[in-house]
Design a protein around this ligand. Structure first.
Ligand code: FAD
Length: 118
């Protein structure tokens, strides 16, 4: 049972992960694409190489911090989540059902089944 399961490895999920790390919570951050949209370029050739993106730098720093901590990140896909008793069950494709006291959903466009809001 985790204190917190964080769904999403974009800027929002990584920020939640850094918060959980600073509070010494037991947590796991589940992602499909670590870094998320903040690491995407605008693909406006030929200027893309010269683009300075402070957000991406911060996201890369968070990725380094969180992936250095064993078992704090999990490459998987959340298919369902539901409240069970005082906690939550989060169903993933590869790792089955994970349990947590709290869940933080971080999505921009993706809708997680069972997650009412951001
Ligand atoms: C080219 C470009 C330029 C931008 N420029 C700016 C800018 O200048 N200023 C600004 O404020 N914003 C900008 N943005 C927007 C900003 O990048 C995004 O708003 C921000 O990165 C979104 O972060 P997020 O964590 O909410 O979502 P995302 O980055 O979309 O992350 C979502 C995460 O959830 C994961 N995920 C989704 N579904 C599941 C699932 N079922 N199971 C497990 N994981 C899942 C994904 O793999 C990903 O890790 C820009 C975006 C782009 C593409």
């Amino acid at each position: 049972m985790y204190d917190m399961i964080i769904v999403g490895g974009g800027a929002a999920g990584l920020s939640a992960g850094m918060y959980a790390l600073s509070k010494q919570l037991s947590f796991v951050l589940i992602y499909e694409d670590l870094g998320g949209k903040a690491t995407w370029g605008q693909q406006l050739e030929p200027h893309d190489d010269e683009e300075y993106r402070a957000g991406s730098e911060t996201v890369r720093h968070f990725v380094q911090q969180l992936t250095a901590l064993p078992n704090s990140t999990m490459h998987d896909y959340v298919t369902h989540m539901e409240r069970v008793g005082a906690g939550f069950h989060v169903t993933t494709r590869e790792h089955g059902v994970l349990q947590s006291v709290t869940v933080v959903c971080n999505r921009s466009h993706t809708v997680y089944p069972g997650c009412a809001g951001r």
